[in-house]
Design a protein around this ligand. Structure first.
Ligand SMILES: Cc1ncc(C[n+]2csc(CCOP(=O)(O)OP(=O)(O)O)c2C)c(N)n1
Length: 694
């Protein structure tokens, strides 16, 4: 009650407390940037009020347990404003100390330059590359909707949380945000809300020279609900907008909040100079004076402000306790569902998850590895409810549909056109995600799904279009997210579609990304093992690179077991006495080629070892002695065969080795012609091998 009392200036105590809290956030940010001599003070100065209202009045979270599964998700898509988030995390009671904030941007600090998932408790996703966080938030909202549809039962809403993002001009200018917003609108993700820091200024200029569309109408056209708040310091206005967003359960909401970058700074307010450099000692002083803040000491946190923010701890504990009670009652009523939900949230695989994976019999004609992949996916999917994903409008070609397991779409409204249905009904419980022709957003959305937890997401397209997804793939690797991508049509052997569709440098470029496992299996059985690896790997992304064309299913009674794939490279065929004069190595569709070449070379008296090498990363992780057992240092005559650029292969073939590779763009022609013309035939492999030996 006392908070409602007005002082001599007619301001309530509660208003004063709000201002005190907001300025605490502002100056923690400004002081940290100033001390680091690096960072972005402008955004936190302008956006502090909206973040304050969201975090203290709406966000359901427990600072003492950042992993509580039914917490609301918050994404600071404008990651350069990281100090805004660190201020909130520290003030509301997460495990981020004031000393950590004093070490902002220093080596090893818990407060790095941009928010990093897994590094700072409470950071849901790594942001900084603009637009990615916004698209991640769409993935998080999809995960929530799917889990809620699958697990909630009348009277038991065990999954019931919202997703919030703060996005900047840069976020909304990036193409990935347009793709993701378009999909979110179509999917009617009503529990997704984005606060847009509409400050008319970017890094290098005002937005009037680059960004003049009507953002509200643009998002309305996508199917979003929009609300404008003309004054970013109007807490009641922000509060009302957030309420309106929450009330609209059938559309995602964009709240356009007119703010001012560098708010309060006498000389840098509304200027791009406030974006990415410290204000400067003198300007910090002037800004503090202007907003009625003590110039000294820096990093000031008034007790009343801290106490108010720390209410989050009791509120959070209460909310989590209520959620645990709901979960306990649910477990009584639906024990099997509850167990499954808890298991998927832990990220564990169920027992016998892989018992339906087929063993493919030897077959000279064989099948494309993309086809084998589809069979394996459909064998495991019924036992793995967490497996969910889809393609960027290519599943008839990538074979990634989960037949009969439902299509993720709003429950009503999709009946008109059911072309492309995988069967099992259209609803939020559907496991097949239809990303549309939106590769970039697909990559970022599966990252959001994985970061949310409770699901193992996959995406799929042609390998060539992985180029459209490189930023989110890199971020998945940086975050150590368990996502799987299925990239098919993996070489010039895709044939007639020609050089625009034929990947040449993509494998090498993906292998260059740290903490990413790339697997290019050589036949159907290697594909099955590749999927086992992909699903057992919990802490990094895995890419499966698959052929369009049929490849023989290798006779494993004659050649070594496909289980060798787990080691990244294995001796699939050896010289009779285990002492090869020549080592041939290959990945994917070229494995059968080196086997055929080896058989011919043997008739010429050459002792040949063949190494199937589906994954460099798995191989490189082995101890040296195991790698030496596959590629003995004494064996110098080595030839690698892969339908892509040679870059990187010299690490394995050595200075004296050779590579049959593709060092130019492809061409439009049938697959067999392409392979012959580019030297992927037994004659050429044998000729190159003999030249090496000579
Ligand atoms: C994909 C990407 N491109 C460029 C940048 C570099 N960058 C950081 S912030 C920014 C723009 C800042 O403008 P805005 O998003 O409006 O943020 P504000 O200045 O209002 O804080 C740019 C270009 C980036 N982080 N990500």
């Amino acid at each position: 009650m006392i908070h409602g009392c007005r002082d001599s200036e007619g301001v309530t105590m509660s208003d004063r407390l709000d201002q005190l809290c907001i300025n605490t956030m502002r100056f923690l940010s400004v002081d940290a940037v100033q001390k680091a001599k690096s960072g972005h003070p402008g955004m936190p100065l302008g956006a502090a009020p909206m973040a304050y209202v969201l975090w203290t009045r709406f966000l359901k979270h427990n600072p003492r347990n950042p992993d509580w599964f039914d917490r609301d998700r918050f994404v600071l898509s404008a990651g350069h404003g990281s100090m805004l988030l660190y201020s909130l995390l520290h003030l509301t009671g997460y495990d981020l100390s004031l000393d950590d904030i004093r070490q902002f941007r220093q080596f090893g600090s818990k407060a790095p330059g941009h928010p990093e998932r897994g590094h700072t408790p409470g950071v849901e996703t790594t942001t900084g590359p603009l637009g990615q966080g916004f698209a991640n938030s769409v993935g998080m909202a999809i995960a929530e909707a799917q889990l809620a549809a699958r697990y909630n039962r009348p009277g038991f809403d065990v999954i019931d949380h919202a997703t919030y993002a703060i996005a900047s001009d840069g976020d909304l200018m990036e193409g990935v945000a347009s793709e993701a917003a378009s999909l979110a609108g179509h999917l009617r993700l009503g529990k997704l809300t984005c606060l847009y820091d509409d400050n008319y200024v970017t890094l290098a200029a005002g937005t009037d020279i680059t960004f003049s569309e009507d953002r509200a109408r643009r998002f309305e056209a996508y199917g979003w609900h929009t609300v404008s708040v003309p004054d970013g310091n109007d807490l009641a206005g922000i509060d009302a907008a957030l309420r309106a967003a929450r009330a609209d359960v059938t559309r995602p909401s964009l709240i356009l909040v007119r703010t001012h970058i560098g708010y309060g700074s006498p000389n840098k307010h509304d200027s791009f100079e406030a974006h990415g450099s410290p204000l400067g000692v003198e300007e910090v002083r002037l800004t503090k004076e202007n907003l009625g803040w003590p110039v000294e000491p820096p990093f000031l946190i008034p007790e009343a402000a801290l106490a108010h923010f720390r209410d989050a701890v009791t509120r959070g504990a209460r909310a989590e306790a209520a959620s645990s009670e709901r979960m306990a009652a649910y477990a009584q009523a639906f024990p099997a569902l509850a167990e499954e939900l808890m298991r998927t949230l832990r990220g564990d695989l169920p027992r016998d998850w892989d018992s339906d994976i087929p063993v493919f019999p030897p077959d000279a004609k064989g099948m494309a590895t993309r086809v084998a992949s589809g069979k394996v996916m459909n064998a495991v999917a019924p036992r793995l409810p967490e497996l969910t994903g889809g393609s960027a409008d290519l599943d008839p070609s990538t074979f990634t549909a989960l037949t009969g397991l439902g299509d993720f779409n709003p429950p009503a409204g999709s009946e008109a056109d059911t072309q492309g249905s995988e069967g099992g009904g259209w609803s939020y419980a559907g496991r097949n995600l239809h990303f549309g022709v939106r590769e970039h957003a697909m990559g970022a959305i599966v990252n959001g799904l994985a970061a949310h937890g409770g699901v193992v997401p996959y995406g799929s397209t042609f390998l060539i279009f992985s180029d459209y997804m490189r930023p989110p793939i890199r971020l998945a690797a940086l975050m150590g997210l368990h996502v799987v991508h299925v990239f098919t049509h993996d070489s010039i052997a895709l044939g007639e579609d020609g050089p625009t569709h034929q990947p040449v440098e993509q494998l090498a470029s993906l292998r260059a990304i740290p903490n990413l496992t790339v697997i290019r299996p050589g036949d159907a059985n290697e594909t099955a093992v590749a999927w086992r690896v992909a699903l057992e790997t919990r802490n990094r992304p895995v890419l499966l690179v698959l052929s369009r064309q049929a490849v023989p299913t290798i006779d494993r009674s004659r050649y070594a077991s496909a289980e060798g794939l787990r080691r990244g490279a294995y001796v699939i065929r050896d010289a009779a006495d285990g002492k090869p004069a020549l080592i041939l190595m290959a990945s994917g569709s070229e494995v059968t080629l080196i086997l055929a070449a080896a058989e011919r070379l043997q008739t010429q008296g050459i002792a040949v070892r063949c190494v199937s090498m589906p994954s460099w990363e798995l191989f490189d992780a082995l101890p040296q002695y195991e790698r030496d057992a596959v590629l003995p240092p004494s064996a110098h005559a080595r030839l690698a065969v892969e339908a892509g650029v040679a870059q990187g292969w010299h690490r394995y073939v050595g200075a004296t080795g050779g590579v049959i590779s593709v060092e130019r763009f492809g061409a439009s022609a049938p697959a067999d012609v392409m392979l012959r013309e580019y030297g992927f035939c037994v004659d050429n492999v044998c000729a190159r091998a003999q030249a090496l030996l000579a």
